[in-house]
Design a protein around this ligand. Structure first.
Ligand code: Y12
Ligand code: CO
Length: 173
């Protein structure tokens, strides 16, 4: 399945994603293609809405201690629900839908997540570190929220100015 990444300020990124109800070949093809485009673009997390599919599905591949992302570390998360979250952490986040921008964002440090795998089986994981941050970032996408929405007013204004300039430069080159 040929996918392209939807980039800010495309309004489709503001859609609220719907529950997945069919765990069929179509879903599996979408997950496989999402994983492929995420790896091809050096991503570590991607929500289906970022490839114009407003369903509650996301893929993650968190780098290990060596910075490697072996295929067996892939996490496919369908219909996620965070049941517990605590602590506080700040990390410089980036997003495949907001290219070239990185910002410090405050998140919960640890969480417990209930979700379904690609076959609809119920799963639970406890997450901390980068995995916890990535899960929160991607679940925000399912609710139409981007990491830049969490910036303070002044920082957001600066971002909008710089991003507009970048888009203008891109379109004239
Ligand atoms: C911590 C922080 C954020 C997340 C969400 C997942 N974010 C990403 O996967 C970001 C990927 C990314 C990749 C880039 O490289 C290319 O596009 C080739 C990139 O570089 C440029 O835009 C030039 C920016 C972001 C999880 C955990
Ligand atoms: Co993102």
């Amino acid at each position: 399945m040929k996918l392209t990444i939807v980039a800010y300020p495309d309004k489709r990124l503001r859609l609220k994603s719907k529950d997945v109800t069919s765990f069929d070949k179509k879903l599996h093809n979408l997950l496989d293609s999402m994983y492929q485009i995420m790896m091809d673009t050096n991503g570590i997390g991607l929500a289906a809405i970022q490839v114009a599919h407003p369903i509650k599905a996301l893929v993650l591949n968190i780098p290990d201690e060596e910075g490697e992302q072996p295929n067996e570390n892939i996490l496919e998360i369908i219909n996620p629900v965070i049941t517990h979250q605590k602590g506080e952490t700040v990390y410089q986040e980036g997003c495949l839908s907001v290219p070239k921008f990185y910002e410090d964002i405050k998140r919960y440090e640890t969480l417990t997540l209930n979700y379904q795998d690609r076959d609809g089986n119920a799963q639970t994981i406890e997450a901390d570190g980068l995995l916890s941050i990535a899960i929160q970032h991607e679940i925000d996408h399912l609710n139409g929220v981007l990491f830049i929405d969490k910036l303070a007013y002044g920082r957001r204004k600066k971002f909008e100015k710089e991003y507009k300039r970048m888009l203008k430069e891109q379109s004239s080159s």
